[in-house]
Design a protein around this ligand. Sequence first.
Ligand code: HEC
Length: 252
Amino acid sequence: MMKSRKYMAGLVFGAALMYIPTTAFILQSKSQENTPAVIRFVQPADQGKFSWNSLINYAIAVTDKEDGSSDYNEIPAGEVLLKVQYLADSSKLKNQLASLARENREVPALTYLMQSNCFTCHAVKNKLIGPAFELISKRYPHTELSAGQLVQKVIHGSTGVWGSTPMPPHPDISQEQLKEIVLWILTRSADPDICYYPGLEGAFRTREYPGKSGNKGVYLLTASYTDKGLKNTPHSSKRVSKTILLKPAGLP
Ligand code: HEC
């Protein structure tokens, strides 16, 4: 009798032992997923009002389980991007948001752009050390050929085209990534209704009052961040974005 009882207990214990590692494994494989970051606008408030030709201050907060929090400087400010888009007719908002989500062709380009050092010398609409991306887009044809030539310029460095300040060579960034960036510069940077600002905070100016049609105008603010993913797990990083809407306060 004693023997079989012991045997039974052994069986139960054995089964439990077999059960424990499986649960442990499941728990472990769950925690191996990279958690996407959470983006929040500290200001302005979603659905808030804007005035024409005025400065709008913005502040963005990012928290990511793996990377940390922007409150503790654990998220590099230069890797957070704000896209400010003016939409002249808010009745097209739904279509606009749907088509944005559908095409989103710029996502890889923006990720590469944010992870490179281009924005330390270039801005989209203004001259910094280098020419505005918008001017580059207006100077060259939007073709594969000119994109290919510009890629070589960025890799090997350039001088004398825009002035006497040289652009240093960028041998470390892959040709494919650079091609995405350059195509984005050529085809996206000159849109007068869209601007991009790297960083967690700053200000942008709204446009002049466009007349009565301005009543239908809205601003869409989209903040985005690509996290670093899990350590030692390539391709596990995720890009997240958060969009808020501003409506006109009324007549100027
Ligand atoms: C250290 C500053 C600096 C950095 C970093 C930098 N650039 Fe430039 N860039 C310049 C300057 C200055 C010029 C103008 C060079 C000239 O006049 O030939 C320029 C020119 C360019 C041009 C136009 C070249 C031409 O022949 O007309 C492109 C395209 C460009 N940069 C893209 C990039 C990209 C993409 C990155 C990031 C991978 C980048 N730049 C990083 C300073 C910089």
